[in-house]
Design a protein around this ligand. Structure first.
Ligand SMILES: NC(=O)c1ccc[n+]([C@@H]2O[C@H](COP(=O)([O-])OP(=O)(O)OC[C@H]3O[C@@H](n4cnc5c(N)ncnc54)[C@H](OP(=O)(O)O)[C@@H]3O)[C@@H](O)[C@H]2O)c1
Length: 386
């Protein structure tokens, strides 16, 4: 890496990915430097991060939360900005080299878009940016000569494995999935799942929304769509295998039958670090596999009938257009309703399916159209609840 620090804007610094990113930056011994942080409502944590990291500016996207916080402890050299527009502004600042897009949900699209429009490299954790606006986002990146580097562990693994061959030699990518906590549950058991059970992921510690998505398998569906756009694959080049140990993060199968995989312990600090130091590798801050111990790695094909979300992921990866925005909007609203106790766990995926199949599909939507449909899909979920 170069001797001058790489300057980073971290969008979503108070979240699970945001906090792991700060650990990676701290361990980089000056090679990486945070120049901007953003949070939505966790203003006290943002203030603490600002005092520790001393960025040039911080953003609170929720004006009400910003107004409630006492900012007298904010170091005077740190500028405070408020509102979602301020997130877009910091993402496009001239001094910023890499934008870590780690806001959860389609709210993350604004920052991703602004960063790409300004020609920045985006370390993309916010998969929803690609699920909602896949063809528009990748087209913008191409036009602006901006780079999209994956942070999602599966996509980081595919990105690394793709370096073993030429694109035209790739047969397919195989995304691995832990299967979540209810992999072996019967339909009856799934119908009784509680919020606490759904929030207890067996191998990964993550934010609440993605944890529920992992339990419904919607996370894997969103990842199939993300992979379709990020790597310009066709839907039939994307497979999923259940791998409960979460050690093999994904694989690429080449035309000669060789399969290249990336392995590491389940810790997001590694894919975050790889995105921030690429094309170089540095001493890792994440824990390493202990090769002195015996271990078993198992793989099984998923049951698409039981895991209905995967069918939706495949369908949306195949048809593209407005389908991603509708599936994502419906899912975000359904997950929020489940976490509020207003929807049962086993109703999340059927609600998404029904809304997806009732929307007016357009194969070549504009950005405004996908944003409108995202809103419409959320309203449909709430309409069904009342
Ligand atoms: N966690 C993982 O291991 C993991 C792995 C792969 C991919 N990802 C992806 O990374 C993204 C972040 O996930 P996470 O688990 O880190 O989520 P999280 O822990 O819930 O954190 C979300 C972050 O987004 C901010 N935020 C929430 N709503 C917002 C809004 N409307 N506008 C602006 N900012 C908002 C939050 O701010 P406040 O906390 O201040 O409210 C927080 O900083 C998601 O797209 C997820 O799919 C996560």
């Amino acid at each position: 890496m170069t001797s001058t620090p790489v300057k980073i804007a971290l969008l979503g610094s108070t979240g699970s990915i945001g906090r792991s990113t700060l650990e990676v930056v701290e361990a980089s011994r000056g090679a990486l430097r945070i120049v901007a942080l953003s949070a939505h409502r966790k203003t006290q944590l943002l203030l603490e991060q600002a005092r520790a990291v001393r960025p040039r500016c911080i953003v609170v996207s929720d004006a009400e939360a910003a107004a409630k916080q006492n900012w007298s402890d904010l170091p005077p050299e740190v500028e405070l900005s408020i509102g979602p527009e301020a997130v877009e502004k910091v993402a496009a600042e001239s001094e910023v080299e890499i934008v870590v897009s780690a806001i959860v949900g389609s709210a993350g699209l604004r920052g991703t878009w602004a960063a790409l429009e300004a020609g920045k490299t985006v370390a993309l954790a916010n998969k929803e940016s690609l699920v909602v606006g896949g063809p528009l986002v990748t087209k913008l990146a191409k036009e602006k000569n901006a780079r999209l580097l994956p942070v999602d562990s599966e996509h980081s693994a595919v990105f690394q494995a793709l370096q073993a061959g030429r694109r035209e030699e790739v047969k397919r990518v195989i995304l691995t999935a832990s299967g979540g906590p209810f992999r072996n549950h019967s339909r009856k058991q799934i119908s009784q799942v509680t919020i606490e059970e759904a929030l207890a992921h067996p191998t990964w510690a993550m934010g609440r929304k993605i944890t529920i998505d992992s339990a419904t398998m919607m996370n894997k569906a969103l990842e199939m769509i993300e992979a379709r756009w990020l790597f310009d694959l066709s839907a039939n080049q994307i497979s999923v295998m259940i791998h409960p140990q979460s050690i093999v993060h994904s694989m690429v199968e080449y035309m000669d039958g060789s399969v290249i995989a990336q392995l590491s312990v389940p810790d997001m600090k590694l894919p975050i670090q790889y995105a921030l130091t690429w094309p170089h590798r540095c001493e890792g801050v994440a824990a390493k596999i202990d090769w002195s111990q015996a271990m078993s790695l198992t793989f099984e094909p998923p049951d698409f009938e039981r895991m209905g979300a995967l069918k939706l992921g495949l369908e949306v990866a195949r048809v593209g257009g407005t389908a991603g925005a509708v599936l994502n909007g419906a899912n975000e609203a359904a997950v929020a309703a489940f976490l509020d106790g207003r929807l049962k766990f086993d109703q999340i995926v059927p609600a998404c399916e029904s809304i997806l199949h009732h929307h007016q599909f357009d194969s070549h939507p504009s950005l405004e159209q996908v944003i409108r449909l995202d809103r419409w899909a959320r309203q449909e979920v709430f309409r069904c609840l009342t």
